[in-house]
Design a binder for this molecule. Structure first.
Ligand SMILES: O=P(O)(O)OC[C@H]1O[C@H](O)[C@H](O)[C@@H](O)[C@@H]1O
Length: 540
């Protein structure tokens, strides 16, 4: 295979442009040309340099003289093949052994660092997943793993700094006309079959070593044309489930049916319709790279957001009474009451961001507070028993275990068992998220959008402090969370964007509007903050 970089002259790319590709603990960029205003940032030479940067980081981490091996997988995006070639090239350039898995899920990639099976070249020392989750078709990106889990923000920065240096060297060699191609021998491994058979084994074990514990259950899957289609043929069918009516299982990087995202209303409608049309017992939906999921019961009731957290908490608290459940910051007050009063657990509402939630759960355990579940309203959920890996497929396996064991023990058959588990969860009449943009082009009083956002939050906090009708949350890790009129709001800075997301939940529209009104009054002097969505909500 020829080096991706040798085909055309390599354009100059600033170090700062590399650093801009960081998105929390992931790398994200534009990998397909043609969308107006979105120039290519994840070109093949840039990708090659990033992969070589990861190899450098890995070598330093393991300080090893043995030849390292790295697995590469990708979701269904149309740029997947091109980036896989460039990643392979970058790794080979750095002297790393390359193992390609082809279409794969993000959690499977992490698993490949843990599986011990020399026939399949496992465990690998590091793993790269090429994905941009649910983002539009022209984007792509990378997630990196070692056996210690997903890489954190400082590691990603380190990799991008290394990549910028490597890129400079590649561009230099290229300008001198040097041959930059590296001979590449790639091993291809069907790792998804191993990963899926582990999931099958987990369900069989939980059901008391029954070969087909899901026999007779009708379960439909919506993979949204992402990487999750394997769950039907490789997990549900071997377990005996009927899967007719499953949809969008074929990978298609243009996502022609709906965005593969359990937070998306259209996506949830699609799986709900499939459940009802097929009179199925349960519906399962995955995001593009299967690190997130949600479910639907036989009556069409969605198990996503707070309800999925309530259900998973109920399952985990049966296994580990009293344990702490760590969630993101936008979870409801009703969820806290449910976890603490009904289930007898402890709700630790932390920050937004799946990595933040997982790291916090690990930290709590390390200081002696037992936590077994870290889960976000976005559908990312990780269990201690599963190496703290956020795995959408594993979350669904926990639901399947419950279905199977409930039937065996005569507790009931069908998804009513699951529905009954969330009984008593108070749900607000109104729940909205308004995303207020900070206009980066405006005068931000000399500061960054983050400073500006912090100033907005400070102002809101001061206003709340002087208003007797409003009560600031006594313990809060992110933004300003306030109770009032029987409901609550949270205004915080987005993890990635120049945006202040505002979540409001209230028992009535009137109460929600009152809360929105109070926020609007407090922040209206901040002219670079686009409050039009808030104004519209208040006026509606
Ligand atoms: O802060 P926001 O803009 O709402 O984004 C927050 C979200 O960002 C990404 O999508 C992460 O994968 C999620 O874990 C996180 O919750």
């Amino acid at each position: 295979m020829a080096a991706a970089s040798s085909a055309t002259a390599i354009p100059f790319v600033e170090k700062s442009d590399f650093l801009k590709l960081q998105n929390g603990s992931d790398i994200r960029g534009v990998a397909v040309d043609g969308v107006e205003g979105e120039p290519l940032t994840l070109t093949e030479p840039v990708t090659e340099a990033i992969a070589a940067g990861f190899a450098g980081w890995l070598k330093k981490k393991y300080d090893s003289s043995k030849r390292l091996r790295v697995s590469i997988g990708h979701d269904s995006r149309i740029s997947a093949q091109k980036l896989q070639d460039a990643v392979s090239q970058g790794l080979a350039r750095a002297g790393v052994e390359v193992i390609q898995y082809g279409l794969a899920s993000t959690p499977a990639m992490f698993n490949s660092t843990l599986t011990v099976d020399e026939e399949f070249s496992c465990p690998v020392d590091g793993s790269i997943m090429i994905t941009a989750s649910h983002l539009p078709y022209n984007r792509n990106g990378f997630k990196f793993f070692t056996r210690a889990g997903g890489l954190g923000k400082p590691d990603i920065k380190d990799i991008l700094e290394r990549a910028a240096e490597i890129y400079k060297n590649i561009a230099n060699e290229d300008s001198k006309g040097a041959e930059t191609a590296v001979s590449l021998s790639v091993k291809r491994v069907d790792y998804m079959s191993i990963y899926a058979s582990n999931l099958v084994a987990a369900v069989r074990r939980a059901a008391g070593n029954i070969e087909k514990p899901l026999e007779g259950f009708h379960i439909v899957v919506d993979a949204g044309n992402g990487a999750g289609g394997f769950f039907v043929g490789k997990v549900l069918e071997p377990l005996g489930a009927i899967t007719s009516g499953s949809q969008f299982l074929e990978p298609d990087g243009l996502f022609p049916n709906h965005i593969p995202n359990p937070e998306d209303k259209t996506a949830m409608k699609a799986i709900t319709k499939a459940v009802l049309d097929n009179r199925a017992d349960l519906g399962i939906i995955f995001d593009t790279d299967v690190d997130r999921s949600a479910a639907v019961d036989s009556s069409g009731r969605e198990f996503n957001r707070n309800r999925l957290i309530a259900l998973m908490s109920a399952i985990v608290l049966e296994e580990h009474p009293g344990t702490t459940i760590v969630t993101d910051s936008v979870t409801s007050d009703g969820l806290t009451t449910f976890i603490e009063k009904k289930l007898g657990g402890k709700h630790h509402r932390f920050k937004r961001g799946y990595k933040n939630v997982i790291d916090e759960a690990i930290r709590l355990n390390s200081v002696g507070e037992e936590a077994h579940l870290a889960i976000e309203t976005s559908g990312h959920g990780a269990l201690k028993e599963n190496h703290w890996l956020d795995d959408g497929a594993y979350l669904m396996v926990k639901l399947l275990n419950k279905l199977a064991s409930a039937r065996t023990s005569g507790q009931g058959s069908g998804s009513k068992v699951l529905t009954d588990m969330v009984e008593g969860l108070e749900e607000p009449a109104v729940a909205v998220e308004l995303r207020l943009k900070i206009d980066n082009q405006s005068d931000l009083i000399g500061g960054s959008f983050r400073d500006y956002g912090e100033a907005v939050l400070k102002q809101l906090e001061n206003t709340v402090d002087s208003d007797a009708k409003l009560l600031k949350a006594p313990v809060n890790y992110e933004g300003v969370r306030v109770s009032g009129y029987g409901g609550w709001f949270l205004l915080r800075l987005s993890l990635h964007d120049p945006v202040l997301p505002l979540n409001i939940e209230a028992p009535s529209n009137e109460a929600a509007v009152k809360l929105a009104h109070d926020v609007l009054n407090a922040v209206k002097e901040f002219t670079a903050l686009d409050t039009s969505a808030l104004t519209k909500f208040v006026g509606a």
